[in-house]
Design a protein around this ligand. Structure first.
Ligand SMILES: NC(=O)c1ccc[n+]([C@@H]2O[C@H](COP(=O)([O-])OP(=O)(O)OC[C@H]3O[C@@H](n4cnc5c(N)ncnc54)[C@H](OP(=O)(O)O)[C@@H]3O)[C@@H](O)[C@H]2O)c1
Length: 252
C-alpha cells in the first residue's frame, strides 16, 4: 500500500503555515503543526482533518521540538517546513534589545531546533526535504527591522550551505523568500505593503515551489526584482535611497 506523505510545519496554526497545512491535508497527506497557542487553530480543525496532528510548544524549546518531531516521525516524515516566525510589531528606528533577541531566538534558533532532529531522521532514512520560510527582507537591511532582516539573512545563508552539503545524503533543501503576504503577521503593519498577495495565493505559490523542490524561490517577481536592484546598488546610494520619504516607511 502507498504510504501517505508526512509534513511537519512549524507555526502552522495561522497564516501561511495553516494555509499550507490545509492544502497538504486536502491532498491526503499527514500533517503536523505546532505553535505556542493551539487555541489559534480553526475550531474543529481536527474533526475536519483526521490526519492533522498538533503540538503546543515554542520552536525556541529545543527539547520539546525534538520530541514532537520524533513523535510525529514514528508514522513517517518526508518534509519539514520551518515556517514559525515573528517580526517587529512597530518599525521603530530605536532597536529594542528584548524584542530583537526574541526575533533572533524564534526565527534563527527556532529553525535550527526544527532542522536538527529532522536531519537525523532523514539521514537514517536516506531521504528527506527541509524547507525554510525566510523572506525578501533577508537580502538587505531595511529600516526599523534590524533583527528581522538579520534573522532571515541568517536562514538564507544557512540554507544555502545546506543546499551544498545535504544532497549527498539525498536530502533536498528549499528556501522560500516571500514579499508581503496578507496574514496576521502583516495585518499589524501600519506602512504600505507593495505587491501584497493574499494568504491563499502566497501559500499556493509556496506549495508549488516546495513540490518542485526548488532550491530558492523569491516572489512575487516585482518584489524579487526590486530587492535584486536594491542589493546591487552601491551601498551609499542604497542608504540615500532609503532616506527618501517614499522609501523610508519606518517611524521615528
Ligand atoms: N506574511 C508575510 O508577508 C511574510 C513575508 C515574508 C516571510 N514571512 C514569514 O512567513 C512565516 C509565516 O508567517 P505568517 O505571515 O504566516 O505569520 P503568522 O500568521 O503570524 O503565523 C506565524 C505562526 O508562527 C507561530 N509561531 C510564532 N512564534 C512561534 C514560536 N516561538 N514557536 C512556535 N510557533 C511560533 C504562530 O503561532 P503562535 O503565535 O501560537 O506560536 C503562528 O502559527 C514567518 O516565518 C514569516 O517571517 C511572512
Amino acid at each position: 500500500m502507498l504510504r501517505m506523505k508526512s509534513y511537519f510545519i512549524t507555526g502552522g496554526t495561522t497564516g501561511l503555515g495553516w494555509e499550507l497545512a490545509q492544502s497538504y491535508l486536502r491532498q491526503g497527506a499527514r500533517v503536523a503543526v505546532c505553535g505556542r497557542n493551539l487555541s489559534k487553530l480553526t475550531a474543529n480543525a481536527h474533526d475536519r482533518y483526521p490526519h492533522l496532528k498538533s503540538y503546543e510548544l515554542s520552536v525556541t524549546n529545543k527539547e520539546a521540538m525534538a520530541k514532537a518531531i520524533e513523535d510525529f516521525a514514528k508514522e513517517g516524515l518526508d518534509v519539514v517546513i520551518a515556517n514559525a516566525g515573528i517580526s517587529h510589531g512597530s518599525k521603530s528606528k530605536w532597536p529594542d534589545g528584548d524584542v530583537s533577541r526574541s526575533i533572533i531566538e524564534t526565527n534563527v534558533l527556532g529553525v535550527l531546533n526544527t532542522f536538527t532532529p529532522a536531519l537525523e531522521i532523514f539521514k537514517e532514512k536516506g531521504s528527506g526535504h527541509i524547507v525554510a520560510i525566510a523572506s525578501v527582507a533577508g537580502f538587505i537591511g531595511l529600516p526599523g527591522a534590524s533583527a528581522y532582516c538579520a534573522s532571515k539573512g541568517a536562514v538564507i545563508q544557512m540554507c544555502e550551505s545546506y543546499a551544498l552539503d545535504l544532497p549527498r545524503w539525498n536530502i533536498d533543501v528549499t528556501t522560500i523568500c516571500p514579499g508581503f503576504i496578507d496574514t496576521p503577521l502583516t495585518q499589524k503593519n501600519d506602512h504600505s505593503m507593495p505587491f501584497l498577495l493574499s494568504c491563499e495565493e502566497g501559500a499556493k505559490r509556496i506549495k508549488k515551489a516546495i513540490d518542485k523542490k526548488k532550491v530558492l524561490y523569491v516572489f512575487p517577481w516585482q518584489m524579487a526584482l526590486a530587492i535584486h536592484v536594491l542589493r546591487r546598488l552601491p551601498r551609499f546610494l542604497y542608504r540615500r535611497f532609503m532616506k527618501l520619504p517614499f522609501a523610508d516607511y519606518s517611524k521615528c
